[in-house]
Design a protein around this ligand. Structure first.
Ligand code: UDX
Length: 441
């Protein structure tokens, strides 16, 4: 089938590449010329494991095309996926101007029936707004083409986006049209082989499903972080509690890892957007606001421990920071707990010496100008001349460190472990002090 994808950002690119890989003809349009030129040569602008080879082989097979020409993308296919950004406005609501501008451009130039599929995470009611853009524009143009608007949110995790797309848990499709239902079935048939993963519903429910999924996951994390903080006060070990509660299948083991807070481009943004959506209809979201609040506090939890350990005197101290990205397998530092931690250290007169396997570029862009920040080439190098070690991201390379070396290198033999990577007894055996999240101390 011929498909167009509008927006070559994270969602658009993964969607387009995976759709092409199962045999569809896909045209991707983006207004950023440099990005399009790089993509035409198979160079991808984001770090996502497994994505580059898919893009390259589908360009070679002539199934994946990149262009800056909106008209070409509109006439290329009758099904158009909108995957442009919905950045947060100052009040936290999602800015729909790009989505609506794309709808307007399609409505202005289309010369046949179109099916417009919204892939971006959009406020509940957006499909209805997009429908009215088409209604008005087509009326103004006095043409009789019809348009179907389908809500089809993505559930991709950074670092696992290709696998998530290729083997989805569910494919949510919001539509009231039987024809769109069978069209979407056909598009997604290659991803829907063993079990039926397709779920059809109305567009508003589909749009809310996306927000509700992220809000539920974020709630699990903030809940566990609250339990972890409580465990500290009570002298309990949250890691044992985690295993104890996870064994109940109604709770489950997923997404109950306490830590130094959640970050990334989705959870914080989507939670704020959902609070805003609720405000607009006059509903007060007590749980969501608490989830946000607990997370903001949690991002400073390691810093509080550091302050207490050094009796509020960080002046001139150097901290080795392991891990800067908001989670492993990504170079993304958006809303990362490492940013809150380092900013607090800097505000107290401390220095940071950091290492991350993938996020060094992002860190350089954000903080490269600071003279109290340096990036080094390995975890061991970060320890040289450092006073203490702080772990912010659970990259594999940090999981089995040389504790003897750590003990030798640090002026204060102490590890602040924001991801509970280490066994406290083992760490203490090497003469190091250990502060995790929710581990009795
Ligand atoms: C998330 C959703 O998982 C995905 O379905 C949606 O489409 C986009 O948002 P992503 O932002 O890539 O994906 O990250 P995810 O793997 O979900 O992790 C989010 C944050 O939660 C990370 O900062 C991670 O460290 C934290 N986290 C996760 C915890 O602190 N504890 C956990 O148990 C799980």
């Amino acid at each position: 089938m011929k498909l167009s994808v509008i927006g070559a950002g994270y969602v658009g690119l993964v969607t387009a590449a995976c759709l092409a890989d199962v045999g569809h003809q896909v045209c991707v349009i983006d207004i950023d010329k440099t990005k399009v030129q790089a993509l035409q040569q198979g160079r991808i602008p984001i770090f996502e494991p497994g994505l580059a080879p898919i893009v390259q082989r589908n360009i070679e097979k002539n199934r994946l095309h990149f262009t800056c020409d909106m008209m070409a993308a509109i006439s290329f296919a009758s099904t158009l996926f909108i995957a442009v950004g919905t950045p947060p406005e100052e009040d936290g609501s999602a800015d729909l101007q790009h989505v609506l501008a794309v709808a307007n451009a399609i409505a202005t130039h289309m010369d046949s029936h179109k099916i417009v599929v919204t892939k971006s995470t959009v406020p509940v009611g957006t499909a209805d707004q997009v429908r009215s853009v088409f209604r008005e524009k087509l009326l103004e143009r006095k043409v009789a083409f019809s348009v179907d608007v389908v809500a089809n949110p993505e559930f991709l995790k950074e670092g696992a986006a290709v696998a998530d797309f290729m083997r989805p848990d569910r494919i949510i499709v919001g539509t009231d049209s039987e024809a769109c239902r069978s069209l979407m079935r056909e598009i997604y048939a290659p991803f829907n082989r063993q079990h039926d993963r397709m779920m059809f519903m109305d567009t508003r429910s589909a749009e809310l499903t996306k927000y509700a999924a992220n809000a539920m996951l974020a709630t699990k994390i903030s809940f566990m972080n609250e339990m972890a903080n409580l465990a500290e006060q009570l002298g309990a070990d949250i890691e044992q509690v985690r295993q104890g509660i996870g064994a109940d299948p109604r709770i489950g083991y997923h997404f109950i890892y306490p830590g130094c807070g959640f970050g990334g481009s989705c959870f914080p943004k989507d939670l704020n957007a959902l609070v805003n959506i609720a405000n607009k209809v006059g509903y007060r979201t007590d749980i969501l606001q608490s989830v946000i609040h607990v997370n903001q506090r949690q991002k400073l939890r390691l810093f509080d421990k550091i302050q207490a350990y050094f009796s509020n005197n960080l002046e001139g101290k150097t901290f080795a920071v392991w891990g800067l990205s908001f989670k492993p397998k990504t170079d993304d530092m958006r809303e990362a707990p490492s940013i809150s931690l380092m900013s607090a250290i800097w505000a107290s007169g401390g220095r940071v010496q950091a290492y991350d396997p993938e996020a060094m570029g992002a860190a350089r862009d954000l903080f490269g100008h600071r003279n109290d920040f340096s990036l080094v080439g390995s975890p061991e190098e970060a320890l040289q001349g450092a006073d203490a070690l702080v772990v912010c991201t659970e990259w594999h390379v940090f999981r089995a460190p040389d504790f003897e070396l750590i003990e030798k290198q640090l002026s204060y033999p102490v590890i602040f472990d924001g991801r509970n990577l280490y066994d406290p007894d083992r760490v203490k055996y090497y003469g190091l002090q250990y502060y995790g999240i929710g581990r009795g101390n």
